[in-house]
Design a protein around this ligand. Structure first.
Ligand code: CA
Length: 426
């Protein structure tokens, strides 16, 4: 039976980081020092490198492996779920209110528990490959209606496989890094030649992403029943998109420069073990998928997601989207099984993003493309501002959390500002 663990660390009631969460990240003290792995607890970061070197993280899987004084989570991710569970148990015990080893050692506490405000969060993993799926039926339907009409909104393949494309890993950035409006080739007038210049239709996409733990050998697919053993944890993802560049370039090979200028990733990786109490039924799949994509047990995650927008002249951010990851039609396990069914090898640190997560209502649409319906329905913001797409100076902040009984298991914030384009070079 699960009992509620209590910690000696102060955790505000609305914190995303209670002792039940314990998400991993990579941080560097603002005052200097090498990057290392930490866990968020309340408004602090617990420095796992310090604890390991004090001999407090020894166990069957973790002793002597040296996975915490690192600039990425990859070494920890590669160890697999038994090691992750061991780390979670050890850290939970060290933070418990009735455990004195850290609680009563002031020098160790000073070294190991540092304010989040005093650190810089880095990209959590070294990402070899980034794949972006298209797993929200509502999003795919909205986009399909806009571009092809309601009778052909979903392409014939969509209900049979999780559609995806290969994204660009090199331009992944952690939250807090501002993103520059891209320049590129567009054709605003279908009857005229294409133009070059700053994108006029820059957008965000609200997504979640899964980091791969242990990979698979080339040629050996991951069966769907084992798929979640290969997922270390989840992050929020903002798949910035230049709709005008995308629209002109994507035929016939799919997204390219309209996506690859930047993709933002939230710094804290929430493990599947922390999310386990929030599993829920996913949408019913009709027609039933082929056997290699058939799952059992709850495939969804009851994860509230929001997007807040603050324009340069707005006094405060305004919530523009509230949705939930439970709407995703294709599950994490199905994405992993499909990605590898041809023998493609996933590697530790690979990122698999869900695709834009939209819900059934107007307020739950996960991109400006949908919220302003391709520019046809601009929406009003406080201070008299209107939006169809993002403007320079706009700050986009995404957040997400699972709501427990009196606590939250959350992802914190993923926030970045839109910088003006560099002077276009023809
Ligand atoms: Ca996307």
């Amino acid at each position: 039976m699960n009992t509620t663990p209590r910690t000696f660390v102060a955790v505000p009631a609305d914190s995303h980081f209670p002792i039940r969460n314990l998400p991993y990240g990579v941080f560097r003290p603002i005052m200097g020092g090498p990057p290392r792995v930490g866990v968020a607890i309340g408004e602090s970061v617990l420095d796992l490198a310090v604890l390991a070197e004090a001999g407090l993280l020894d166990g069957r899987y973790l002793s002597g492996v040296g996975v915490f004084r690192r600039a990425s989570l990859n070494a920890l991710m590669a160890l697999g779920r038994p090691a992750w569970r061991e780390a979670r148990e050890l850290v939970t015990r060290l933070l418990s209110a009735d455990e004195p080893r850290l609680r009563d050692n002031q020098a160790l506490r000073d070294a190991a528990l540092v304010p989040q405000a005093s650190v810089e969060m880095l990209l959590p993993a070294e990402v070899g490959d980034y794949t972006d799926f298209y797993s929200s039926r509502e999003h795919a339907t909205n986009v399909g209606v806009m571009f092809r009409g309601p009778d052909a909104a979903l392409q014939p393949n969509w209900l049979h496989l999780p559609v995806g494309y290969h994204g660009r890993a090199s331009s992944l950035v952690p939250g807090g890094v501002d993103v520059r409006r891209p320049c590129g080739q567009t054709r605003p007038d279908d009857g005229a030649p294409p133009l070059f210049g700053p994108s006029r239709q820059m957008d965000f996409e609200l997504e979640i992403g899964a980091f791969i733990g242990p990979g698979n050998t080339l040629g050996e697919p991951i069966g769907i029943d084992r798929a979640e053993e290969h997922i270390f944890g989840l992050v929020l993802v903002n798949d910035w998109s230049a709709r005008d560049i995308q629209k002109w370039e994507y035929v016939p090979l799919g997204p390219f420069l309209g996506k690859s200028f930047a993709t933002s990733v939230s710094p804290w990786v929430v493990t599947l073990d922390a999310l386990e109490p929030f599993r829920c039924a996913a949408p019913v799949q009709d027609p039933p998928p082929l056997p290699y994509l058939r799952t059992s047990g709850p495939q969804g995650i009851d994860l509230c997601l929001e997007v807040w927008l603050q324009g340069g002249r707005m006094a405060a951010p305004e919530r523009i989207t509230a949705t939930n990851a439970r709407h995703l039609y294709w599950s994490l396990a199905q994405q992993v099984a499909h990605h590898t069914v041809n023998g493609c090898n996933l590697r530790t640190g690979d990122l698999l993003a869900s695709g834009t997560i939209s819900g059934p209502t107007r307020e739950s649409r996960g991109s400006l493309l949908e919220l302003a319906w391709r520019g046809a329905e601009p929406f009003e913001l406080p201070g008299g501002e209107r939006r169809t797409f993002l403007e320079d100076g706009d700050r986009v902040t995404m957040t997400g959390w699972c709501q427990g009984d009196g606590f939250r298991v959350g992802f914190g914030e993923l926030s970045a500002r839109v910088l003006p384009a560099h002077q276009a070079v023809p």
